[in-house]
Design a protein around this ligand. Structure first.
Ligand code: ZN
Length: 313
């Protein structure tokens, strides 16, 4: 886990309430010795990368920090095109407190803050409650997303922690000049990046939106005659910052277009004599029957807009 390193950074110097909240994030690699039988593609691996963050705040700041964290979580997942979420709130079992550390008032405050945060982002009473499912050091929210086939995947997690601040004797000097113990929030938005990638590929069936597609556009000259124009088109699109490939292999035009379609490339432009003469391109958009005749300027503007607006194509 990455948590202790952020704790040590915090302790590097005395802290005042004026510095809080402190929010630190890193792409941290973590390892779990999973049994070989449970390993599965990218979704269950032994070494993975977490978009991990720790927020160190005063008890008064806890609720606002949780609202912001949840807001950011939903914003990011929605940007990737996920629309269906399940919020899970895991709390302490009030009948069996022995498994949990922290004072009653800490638990009450943290559980209430997590509920308020969910209400503020539109999930008032719309969450699954897991009594006794909290981590021993505090309550947590897990966000599950539904992929295009309706399967649920757990991605984001937001946890309140009463343990590490006490164990590591983390303090800050409050407005009253006295030392106080801060709260700590652990959060991972995408969770494991490898797992997220696996879920995302399943969700999109490989058809990434333009802003994420590794190759955004393939240029297909019909024959050798349009090859030079094809090279010029590729050069100009690359200069505009687009991820473009030229497919001028000695294969039929249909075969090359078909291959780009199988690769789920968002755009293919086909260049024949007509296009060369008019200094235009014939644009095929993934999933659409109709083609469009465009000049390069209009093509670049169209793709840049799709990238800018992160359209789910
Ligand atoms: Zn942590």
């Amino acid at each position: 886990m990455n948590c202790p390193f952020h704790v040590k950074l915090y302790q590097h110097q005395p802290r005042s309430y004026k510095e809080l909240p402190i929010r630190w994030t890193e792409m941290g690699t973590v390892y779990r010795y999973e049994k070989s039988g449970v390993l599965h593609g990218l979704t269950r691996v032994r070494g993975f990368t977490q978009d991990d963050a720790h927020i160190i705040c005063t008890p008064e700041q806890l609720e606002a920090e949780l609202v912001e964290t949840l807001d950011l979580t939903l914003y990011i997942l929605q940007t990737f095109g996920f629309e269906d979420f399940e919020m899970n709130l895991s709390i302490r079992d009030p009948e069996d407190k022995s498994k949990f550390i922290g004072s009653d008032s800490d638990w009450q405050q943290a559980e209430a803050a997590l509920k308020t945060a969910m209400a503020k982002v539109g999930y008032k009473d719309k969450f699954v409650l897991d009594v006794g499912g909290a981590v021993f050091y505090g309550p947590k929210i897990d966000v599950k997303v539904a992929d295009s086939l309706g399967r649920m995947w757990q991605l984001s997690t937001i946890q309140v922690d009463f343990n590490l601040p006490g164990r590591f004797k983390m303090t800050y000097v409050g407005q009253d000049g006295q030392k106080h113990e801060p709260f700590m929030i652990h959060r991972a938005l995408l969770g494991s990046l490898e797992r997220f990638m696996g879920v995302y590929i399943e969700h999109t069936a490989g058809a990434f939106p333009v802003w994420l597609a590794p190759v955004q556009l393939v240029v297909v000259p019909i024959s050798q005659d349009q090859r030079q124009y094809g090279q010029a088109v590729v050069k100009e699109l690359k200069t505009a910052g687009l991820r473009v490939e030229l497919d001028d292999r000695a294969l039929s035009m249909q075969k090359r277009i078909r291959e780009a379609e199988l690769q789920k490339v968002p755009y293919v432009v086909v260049l024949g004599d007509k296009e060369v003469q008019a200094k235009k391109v014939n644009l095929r958009t993934r999933g659409q029957q109709q083609t469009q005749l465009l000049n390069l300027k209009a093509l670049i503007a169209k793709i840049k807009q799709a990238v800018e607006e992160k359209i789910q194509q």
